[in-house]
Ligand binder design. Structure first.
Ligand code: DON
Length: 307
């Protein structure tokens, strides 16, 4: 039987308490200097049930850097713009490699495995940017995210974006490699400037959970893309959303999710809810350590799973 809202609230409170008491919180990303300063003890979880109040526990109104979770929203925009033509430039297979790996890009002649590894996300952003300026593209992305969340108080952190522009050497390598294979349409600094700003969007867990509601397919949730596309984006989140840790997330949580190195994870419970969790410490795949643990507990306690 589904949990009542008070029961679900108690589960969230327990999860936040367990996270606070946990000794091994993982390691905060330090390759982006601005992220290295985040307190690893922060923790939040929020569950958006379309048509009902959002439930939460922990620092659910504290903004954090959504980083790669933004790739879900850019993918929705890119599919809206070019439809299935996107797949001429990016694949739909799990990579089994780290998010910033370049190995497959060389072996597979500049066509990234999927839109969530960095190389694929750079191509996806490049697709949205084509024929527009970075300012217009980022404006469209912010409008999309704000409309999805039903909240205009969502912004980009310029300092985080500049911090990554100054240190994102691997992403520059990926972009130049893509360009050498004819799979980048804009100048690398324009595409990457847009990509780094997209990653620097800040949201609270409550906002991110609401912004994910369009992927639940629940009638009454904001309808940002077609139902067919909702299914496809969820499939990609399930198979590729956690990079080389995607199998592990599917095994432990059993739901489509997308992680970011800021420690956020957006998870979709198709037909039921959108869940955001934030704990800045990462596991060795670069996914939130306690965030994954929290989602595993939530899935076990609620019975939520696509399997
Ligand atoms: O491109 C990067 O390296 C970061 N802006 C985003 C990477 C990321 O979030 C990977 N996810 N776990």
């Amino acid at each position: 039987m589904p949990l009542s809202e008070p029961q679900l609230q108690r589960v969230l409170d327990d999860i936040a308490q367990t996270a606070a008491a946990s000794e091994d919180k993982g390691k905060v990303a330090d390759y982006i200097p601005d992220l290295a300063r985040i307190d690893p003890n922060r923790f939040a979880i929020a569950v958006a049930l379309p048509g009902k109040p959002t439930l939460h526990a922990g620092d659910a109104h504290a903004p954090f850097s959504i980083q790669s979770v933004s790739k879900v929203f850019t993918l929705a925009l890119a599919l809206g713009k070019v439809g299935d033509r996107l797949w001429n430039r990016v694949g739909r297979e799990p990579s089994g490699q780290a998010f910033d790996s370049i190995i497959q890009l060389e072996q597979e002649k500049g066509r990234p495995r999927n839109p969530f590894i960095n190389a694929g996300a750079i191509v996806t952003t490049d697709t949205v940017l084509e024929g527009a300026t970075p300012r217009e593209t980022l404006g469209a992305l912010l409008r999309f995210v704000r409309a999805a969340a039903g909240d205009d108080d969502i912004h980009m952190n310029e300092s985080v974006a500049q911090s990554e522009i100054a240190t994102g050497h691997r992403n520059f390598a990926l972009a130049h490699y893509l360009l050498s294979h004819g799979n980048l349409r804009n100048a690398p600094e324009l595409t990457l400037g847009t990509y780094f700003h997209q990653c620097a969007i800040e949201m609270t867990c409550a906002q991110l959970a609401k912004a994910g509601q369009f992927l639940t397919g629940v009638p009454g949730a904001p309808r940002m893309v077609s139902q067919n596309r909702v299914r496809r984006i969820n499939a990609l989140m399930m198979t590729c959303g956690h990079y080389d840790g995607s199998g592990e997330y599917a095994y432990r949580v059993g739901l489509p999710g997308k992680s970011g190195v800021g420690g956020g994870i957006l998870t979709i419970v198709p037909g039921i809810a959108s869940v955001a969790v934030w704990s800045p410490g990462l596991d060795h795949y670069g996914n939130s350590k306690l965030g994954t643990q929290a989602m595993q507990t939530l899935a076990e306690k609620t019975g939520w799973s696509v399997f």
